[in-house]
Design a binder for this molecule. Sequence first.
Ligand code: X5A
Ligand code: ZN
Length: 681
Amino acid sequence: FAMASGTALIYDEEMTTHKLLWSDPVCDIEVPERLSSSYEQLKCYRLVERCVLLPTREGSEEEILLVHSSEHVEVAKSTQTMNEEELKTASGNYDAFFFHPNTYRCARLAVGATLQLVDAVMSGKVCNGMALVRPPGHHSQRNAANGFCLFNNVAIAAEYAKLKYGLQRILIVDWDVHHGQGTQYIFEEDPRVLYFSWHRYEHQEFWPSLKESDYDAVGLGKGKGFNINLPWNKVGMGNSDYLAAFFHVLLPMAFEFDPELVLVSSGYDSGIGDPEGQMNATPEVFAHLTHFLMQLANGKLCVILEGGYHLKSLSESVCMTVKTLLGDPVPQVSGEMAPCLSAIESIQNVRAAHKPYWKWLMYEDTSFLQNLSTKSHLLKKTNTNPSTEHESKMTNNDETVKVERFLELHMKNILLPVPPIKTATTTDFKGSAHLLPAPIHLVKEMDRIEIKALVSGFYADLVKEEKTLRSLSSMLAILDKILKKEVCNGIAESPTSSVSVAVALRHAVRFGFQRVLCIFVGDMQIIPNAEDGKTLMIHICEKEQSAKTNSKHCISLNWKEDAEGNDFFSAVLGFILPVAYSYQPNLTVIAVGPNRSLGISEISLLFALLQGLADSRIFAVIEDTEINLMQSVAKTLVGASVPHFGVYVPPTQEKVNKIKKLRDQFQQEWKMLQCSVKDGI
Ligand code: X5A
Ligand code: ZN
């Protein structure tokens, strides 16, 4: 059984023929250049040539009728022969839509392109992919065009996948800045499609200004709990707000749901510089969002373009997405890692609204927040004092030029370099290297004299034994390749992981790494080091450590895997990732010692998710007896396989309480932990 590999890309120039023929200030941002400039930028970064290019096709009437009424299809069809006056009249029947004589044809191509992508992913021809389409889809409804959308491409894809492949669980992630109310209406009562959308809302002031876009629209009938709305009540939301939404809302639900396919309604109007969204998220955040979704559904991920109206921001974000789908390292996110108060309030409310429907929320103490900080601000509208948060609206020309220049300078550095080799090791995997699809780079051990020089004065007494010296030698050789950025990550086997890690940290810090995140799994003696402040330790072990020993840079997480299945998600998503993202390490070290309290799939999950940090620089130190674990970690690090997680088991009350206690203890220090507002704020 071969794992699917490769990334599909679909683009057809004909979809640029749909355009606005008259003047309309509402619709004039939806231009053909959105598509062509995204494709040009993909070519410029040499990403197109690395993808599997798929031809588009027209979606058939039968396929469109999976979602839309025949009246709607007939109206759309009839616009092909209309003159401009008639087109204008037909467009006027809808909220924010324009017809061109080739609109019907383009919309059918957009549907067909989306279905081609679904077929390629479902048949295993590729692992994932992106379709660049126009017109977009997520506002369109059974019987109506709306918000630049004629046919709901993603909704049709979900119905098609249910029908053709018999899928029972499809996740739709809508990160466009507008609410995909069309998609919500279509799947409201359907428990087989989990729909998640965040959107600019501003207490219903922002288009489409619907009551049903709020967090309390959770689905209807059998579909209750399968519609997740996260309204943003302020503009200026940024990288940390989006990541917090993933950690504290979407990802735990997604892992519990366990989808067989993930579809993204991928609008980039939620990115910086967009005139519609007025948000601040930078292009690299889309690499992170993509990377997280790649861990679901065995990697089966289809990304379909929706909105995005700042051409530069749009095309750079498209490039980040495709680059990540291809498996390249994930770039560090910029900016302070702390969600804003308004974002936390929204997150708290959607968690409270969904508590009855999701097992992972069962023991969380979620309560609704009625007095939203922005709402009281809204009531006092005469107050001319601007709120202290997020004042950086992109309103004037100066700001626009700044965004332009920021994107120009910043993204070149991120998107151009590609490390030639991903993973380094000295282990030969005992003849099983053929199981690992990508090239693993075998490195030569480091010179003994060099090592002795390196450890002298620090751990000299620890390296008297020949065995220890030998393992340090190969460990340092691998670490060196990572530090010098010759490889992205590496695995070292060690008979004494405690010592190895102590020396590794020393070496990394002396080399100039200012923030090293170190995760220990198992019974390991944490050897104190002189690099205080430059490392953050999280120790996962079965034995309860005294809470007093916890400090902001040395945290102990007492956790034992559940024998019945995987309940580790709540610890990784609710604690480890938020702390790690708050810290923003430039190197991650994960060490597995004896008596590990986590299973192989749980440790692999940790590796998979932490690859989003430190430009994907991860160094693994694993006890030499752990051959199976080493293989699984190697697979995760080369990006060829996503671990199989096993059945979802909700965390026990005791475990939830443990996380809650740690969250309370550390959320002032590591702000990405925040997911509710303290009383009285
Ligand atoms: C796909 C999309 C936005 C429509 C805005 C109308 N539509 N004011 O982003
Ligand atoms: Zn949009």
